[in-house]
Write a protein that binds this ligand. Structure first.
Ligand code: PRX
Length: 679
């Protein structure tokens, strides 16, 4: 089999699939784009509405030349997403005893499960705690937690009382957390003592403390911090001081030294004797549900805002069709809840369908390289969703660690986050899925809320590396630089022509930035920032970012953000960062730094710079390469030609047209200096 082959949906999957043929997909697709209000209206009817959405079901303007950009689905409809994903399952669908999550900890053997009724009780209880802390509808709550069930509890408790959650991935630095708390004016932080990533202790509370200190320095003191005791919680001898006898095998951070009694409160103290029932706050479909920050090309992260109703119906529907979900499935999405994939496809989408999911705290190859496959067999996972970077990492170890486990429960495999190279796709298909399981390569973004280009497992003939066709309600187009729509086989900017229910509504606190980033370049279209090819069969192939963003292990980073961290070092005058191919991460950071006069480029300096970026942004942003660049290639107007820098990084002397360069002599120097690159 080669990458140019096509892969029809296996008949075992098609036979019971919700959408079992391309014709059925096409029929529904056509309806969804021609009559979006009717199509989504029928879907919305299967949810609980306190007040059903009145007409018009959809109002929007995508054209900046005609006025402000706005998108409204079901405005005036009144509902609560937490009620829909929990109470409705427990009371109406009688799924109370069904497992909502199997939690699998970092250490094998450290596991537990929670049913829908239990989850509902815990969410209501914590929602009551938040209300008692003074959190009201519309307030922003920052959540900085490891992958534990209480993270789901915290986010759903916010949703229940109409508070807006802003989850910050627990791999982000204190600086990044502080920046996000300030931008969204959060009034409360929920965090945990710490957690283990493999055998490394992450002292989360200490990082959170640093962030809160920075917030105070920036005149935004946060009065309240709720701390979950995650480490040693079941260990009755662990008192959080590490002075127990015998000593804990996995020491906890010493909480007593960092406790601020006027601000910090233990989660377990706050929930004591609190009721397991809580009346939801009834919200408008267009009320804000959450803010999630994503990198922006100007450096400062953007607070992407999603609203209650549209996000609810779209994540539920995409989950059902894209994973072809059935009630006896066990679903596992390996993404962290701190990213959009964890919001849409570990929490809201699966729960809206009453699904049973695996929530995994650990790492793919800890404590051994078969951990993922062992978990699949342990829980009989039937639908598995992961990222190309994880697939490439696991592929490095060959087939044997996979084949040690049967994986016979698997039915559908999914991938997300970055383009998947055909080699990784084929390994996923042939080895992991044993040639039985269709692969859904789902293209989407934090901004799109859910899948926008994706195969359907029982209907779509797939091609390795292609995200295939649009989901219901999504109308893609490919534009050239002049903004003309290209027909047939083409390559250009990927844009969308009309909204689907989960498209973001604004950038928090900066609607103008929303309009400029996504709608200004090509009026009338939502611009994704990705390049895309359409082949002669109409398949879409994402070619990667076309703005100053890069995708490291499926995480978007902006080159500007990294550059501004680098220039904070006293030795650095200027920095330019480009993306560079990496066999596992997909892309990595290659940084060119121009030093101030009198400063010398050394290994120590390079290490300091790497640490600086790590501290400022987080470990995911750690550069792989730092190169000494006495000069940078610039146009006469002073713009850095990153295209040229990317070639230099790859040692590719085929530079194309460099006639606009102000000074070509820097080029040779930069090629020569490649040996002064510290890896
Ligand atoms: O460049 C695309 C890439 O990831 C970007 C979105 O990143 P983020 O907002 O962090 O969300 C990631 C999870 C949805 C996109 O602009 N991307 C995402 N999925 C794919 C992809 N590139 C190619 N193929 C995909 N399946």
């Amino acid at each position: 089999m080669s990458a140019s082959d096509i892969y029809p949906p296996p008949s075992e999957v098609s036979i019971n699939a919700h959408i079992n043929s391309y014709e059925k997909y096409k029929e529904l697709y056509d309806k969804s784009v021609q009559e979006p209000s009717e199509f989504w209206g029928e879907i919305a009817n299967s949810f609980y509405w306190r007040v059903p959405p009145p007409p018009p079901f959809l109002r929007y303007n995508f054209d900046v030349t005609k006025g402000d950009i706005f998108i409204e689905w079901m405005k005036g409809g009144v509902t609560n997403i937490c009620y829909n994903v929990l109470d409705r399952n427990v009371h109406d669908k009688k799924l109370g005893d069904k497992v909502a999550f199997y939690w699998e900890g970092n250490e094998p053997g450290d596991s537990m499960s929670i049913t829908y009724s239990e989850l509902l009780g815990k969410v209501c209880q914590f929602a009551n705690v938040l209300r008692a802390q003074g959190v009201k509808k519309g307030d922003r709550v920052s959540i900085y937690m490891p992958m534990v069930i209480e993270l789901v509890v915290a986010m759903l408790a916010c949703a229940r009382i109409g508070a807006i959650h802003s989850i910050v991935f627990a791999g982000f630095s204190a600086e990044s957390l502080c920046e996000r708390i300030l931008d969204s004016h959060c009034s409360l932080l929920i965090t945990a003592d710490g957690f283990y990533r493999g055998d490394k202790l992450i002292n989360l509370k200490r990082i959170a403390d640093d962030a809160l200190k920075k917030c105070t320095e920036k005149n935004h003191p946060l009065g309240k911090c709720i701390v979950l005791r995650h480490l040693g919680r079941d260990d009755s001898v662990c008192d959080g001081t590490n002075k127990t006898s015998p000593p804990c095998k996995r020491p906890c951070p010493d909480m007593q030294t960092m406790w601020n009694p006027s601000r910090d409160q233990w989660w377990h103290d706050l929930i004591k004797d609190v009721s397991l029932e809580c009346e939801p706050e009834w919200c408008d479909a267009e009320d804000e549900l959450f803010i999630l920050y994503t990198s922006g090309s100007t450096g400062k992260p953007k607070g992407v805002v999603h609203t209650v109703g549209g996000y609810m119906i779209f994540t539920a529907t995409t989950f059902q069709y894209v994973f072809d979900y059935h009630q006896d499935d066990v679903y596992w999405c390996t993404a962290d809840i701190g990213w959009i994939t964890g919001h849409s496809y570990l929490t809201y989408g699966p729960l809206a369908n009453g699904a049973t999911s695996v929530l995994f705290e650990g790492l793919p190859i800890y404590p051994d390289i078969s951990r993922m496959w062992q978990i699949i067999d342990k829980y009989n996972v039937s639908k598995f969703y992961t990222a190309p970077t994880a697939i490439r990492l696991l592929m490095k170890y060959g087939d044997e660690p996979v084949e040690r486990y049967s994986r016979k429960s698997l039915k559908v495999l999914g991938t997300v986050g970055e383009p998947i190279n055909p080699e990784a796709w084929l390994w996923y298909y042939n080895v992991v899925g044993g040639k039985r399981c269709p692969i859904v390569d789902t293209f989407w973004q934090t901004e799109t809320g859910g899948h926008v280009l994706t195969p359907l497992p029982g209907a779509t003939v797939t091609k390795p590396g292609s995200a295939t066709f649009p989901f219901f309600g999504v109308v893609p187009a490919i534009l050239n630089e002049s903004g003309e729509e290209l027909e047939g086989e083409a390559e250009g900017y990927l844009v969308f022509k009309q909204p689907w229910p989960a498209l973001m509504r604004t950038v928090y606190g900066n609607h103008q930035r929303f309009e400029t980033t996504y709608f200004k370049k090509f009026p009338g279209y939502y611009v994704t920032g990705d390049g895309c090819k359409r082949d002669s069969d109409g398949y879409y192939w994402i070619t990667g970012r076309i703005d100053d963003m890069l995708n490291v292990s499926g995480h978007l980073l902006s080159t500007a953000e990294v550059e501004s961290a680098l220039v904070e070092h006293s030795s650095v005058a200027e920095a330019a960062v480009v993306s560079h191919p990496h066999p596992v991460k997909g892309e990595c950071l290659y940084c060119f730094v121009t030093l101030r006069d009198g400063h010398e480029f050394t290994k120590t300096l390079s290490d300091q710079l790497k640490n600086l970026v790590r501290e400022k942004i987080g470990p995911i942003a750690t550069p792989d390469y730092i190169q000494n660049a006495p000069g940078l290639p610039k146009t006469r107007s002073g713009k850095i030609m990153r295209r040229v820098l990317r070639n230099i990084a790859k040692n590719d002397r085929d530079l194309g047209d460099i006639s606009t360069l102000a000074d070509t002599s820097v080029i040779n120097q930069l090629f020569e200096n490649r040996c002064q690159t510290v890896h």
